[in-house]
Design a protein around this ligand. Sequence first.
Ligand code: NAD
Length: 361
Amino acid sequence: MPSSPVKRFDYRALPSRVLFGAGRRHDTPDEVRQLNCVRPLIVSTPEQSELAGNIAALFNPPSAQRFCEAAMHTPWDVTSRALAVVQEAHADCLIAVGGGSAIGLAKAIALRTGLPQIAIPTTYAGSEVTPIIGETRDGEKHTRRTLDVLPEVVIYDVELTLTLPVRLSATSGLNAIAHAVEALYSVDANPVTSIMAEEGIAALAAALPAILDDPSGLDARSRAQYGAWLCGTCLGSVGMALHHKVCHVLGGTFDLPHADTHAVMLAHVVAYQAIAAPHALQRVARALQADEAWRGLHALTSRLGVPQSLAAIGMPRDGIARAAELVLEQTYANPRTPDRESVKAMLERAWCGARPQTDLS
Ligand code: NAD
């Protein structure tokens, strides 16, 4: 039974076909055929060009071209080079293989060409199931929501996550948990996404420590991928709040690594929200099997050995006041109304790696 009252809500399911399971990458050529396509362009980061080659090799006769220059935050110069390749190759669909960077590039191409997409995610960031695109042009990152960028097909093949380094597995998993936490207290929260959020957090919280102990264990890796799918679906369905705003500002202004920033900030923001979202955070605590949500998250990040401070991931101390100001500009709907001093105090604590605190004022 839901622990919070069921109130008026809107719910919209997003159209996407999801294939899940070990070895499912071998279904890729069939999925291309089902889209009535014959000339796919495979996109990846340079680090995953070999994997892109392996996916290309599944096509017989060989029909897939590759573009392996995807980069974090979807820079426009990369997208424009990729668009030229799409044209030259007469590509009629896109296959993104990799994390949020590869998937972001395919979305950027789809936005300009209308080509259908198959996403084969290899991290836990969740972009493959969202209608969200963030692009960087002239040094500024702009994010928008449009169904035009939602991949038509998502293939979760756990075997492709076995190479994800332990540290990135942990931070990427915490990035996913952050989507579900904010979905639970979102202004658009609804019973369906809340069920997915709680299940997603529980799956990842169980899987991430097990991955740390045995990175090649298929069961824990599958559980993490299942959790990432649920958490990503939450991100795609409802609006995010203060935590995502803070991470957006820190990543965009100080070029901090995306998943690390989420990992450092999550317990701090959840402690900040504690008085304003008790029912939602009770569900987070239940999923984490903790007495309080922020304590459960703090314990999880400590257990996973991820960075514990903004200082450790490259944030300059003299940037804190500026960051607090930017967080309050066009702030997202949030259970607790943020003010400059309390946000600054939270960032100060996160900067030096102090314990999260609930009564910041
Ligand atoms: P990423 O895609 O940049 O991947 C990080 C690094 O890990 C890359 O070098 C990549 O090649 C490598 N990698 C990925 N999977 C691997 C694997 N299985 N084995 C070995 N190496 C692997 O990182 P990310 O955190 O997945 O994505 C971050 C980007 O995604 C950011 O630009 C972020 O803004 C975006 N994002 C978008 C959404 C959305 O809904 N639009 C959601 C989450 C993240």
